[in-house]
Design a protein around this ligand. Structure first.
Ligand SMILES: NC(=O)c1ccc[n+]([C@@H]2O[C@H](COP(=O)([O-])OP(=O)(O)OC[C@H]3O[C@@H](n4cnc5c(N)ncnc54)[C@H](OP(=O)(O)O)[C@@H]3O)[C@@H](O)[C@H]2O)c1
Length: 287
């Protein structure tokens, strides 16, 4: 079985990828910043990596000396690397650091590079998605077998609705907008299947249930045992809020733009997996 390098291995998606690759008999090299944290279970039921990893590459992926030879001796690379809640410049991580690892993979003769991008990212105006789209374009044009997976929202990100439901109110911008969010384990199965059976390509993917945002909110309220209470915010109110936020924190404003773009545009991709959001909420709402 091929040796796989997983970058972003401590994230929600990365942890499920490591577990899936290990379960299928791959030898796994995990790139992490903190091994002790990596070995403990992650948030929202994401597995701890103790016993799943054969080699650790511990360091910061924005340091060129660390990434230069990180792919030496591996056959396949999969990237779940990205800036979500981290205080970092998305261009430095989502674009430049992925490029550095791609360079290492090509230099050392890796067979393929699989990248978790984001569904609809090429249409979203946030800096975050621009950085990701630019990397995906470079990867697609490179001479390595390039596999680009575009998932919809992860169940982990939708825990934010549970937090809001617990506080008593959920804001909705366009309640009828639909999404089919995906569990990390279903995404990992889909991704490793592509790595195993397919060559170069791009795949959009989401979970098994298509839900409207008002249904998502209702599911979150049910999980915390509260009566649903939502407030409609006109999407026209968003640009002024973003402009104001950018005066205080451009990074936060970009995160708000990314998140609210997802709440105001349909995000329905071809379906995979069996795991349902209500079960995920039930398992995790009390943690
Ligand atoms: N969340 C979603 O709903 C969603 C939907 C579609 C696509 N995606 C994409 O899927 C990927 C994974 O998302 P996720 O939700 O699993 O993200 P996540 O939980 O925040 O994981 C991000 C990973 O990147 C690592 N990382 C960030 N900066 C680093 C650095 N300088 N050096 C080394 N490692 C670094 C993090 O390490 P630390 O743990 O040390 O911070 C973590 O392992 C991202 O590219 C994201 O854009 C996410």
């Amino acid at each position: 079985m091929a040796t796989a390098l997983v970058i972003g291995a401590t994230g929600y998606a990365g942890r499920h990828l490591v577990a899936e690759l290990h379960d299928r008999g791959h030898s796994v090299r995990a790139l992490v910043r903190d091994r002790a944290r990596a070995e403990r279970a992650g948030p929202w039921g994401a597995p701890g990596l103790a016993g799943l990893v054969d080699e650790w590459a511990v360091g910061d992926v924005t340091h060129p000396r660390f990434t230069r030879d990180v792919a030496a001796g591996v056959e396949v690379v999969v990237s779940a690397l990205g800036v979500t809640r981290q205080k970092a410049d998305p261009w430095a991580v989502d674009n430049l650091a992925n490029l550095a690892v791609l360079h290492s993979a090509r230099t050392h003769g890796a067979r393929s590079f699989t990248y978790l991008n984001v569904f609809g990212g090429d249409r979203c105006p946030a800096q975050l998605t621009r950085a990701k789209t630019a990397f995906a374009q470079t990867l697609a044009a490179s001479d390595i077998t390039a596999q680009i997976i575009n998932p919809t929202g992860y169940f982990s990100d939708l825990m934010e609705l549970v937090t809001m439901a617990r506080r008593g109110i959920v804001p909705l911008f366009r309640p009828g907008v639909r999404i089919n969010p995906i569990h990390g384990a279903d995404l990992a199965t889909f991704t490793v299947d592509r790595m195993k059976h397919d060559g170069t390509g791009t795949w959009d993917v989401g979970g098994p249930q298509i839900l409207r945002w008002d249904e998502l909110a209702r599911t979150a309220f049910e999980a915390v045992g509260r009566r649903p209470r939502t407030v409609r915010i006109p999407p026209a109110a968003l640009p002024p809020v973003q402009r104001l936020t950018s005066l205080i924190s451009p990074r936060l404003a970009d995160l708000v733009l990314f998140a609210t773009w997802g709440m105001t545009h349909d995000g329905v991709a071809p379906r995979t997996g069996l795991r349902r959001l209500a079960d995920f909420y039930a398992e995790n709402a009390s943690r």
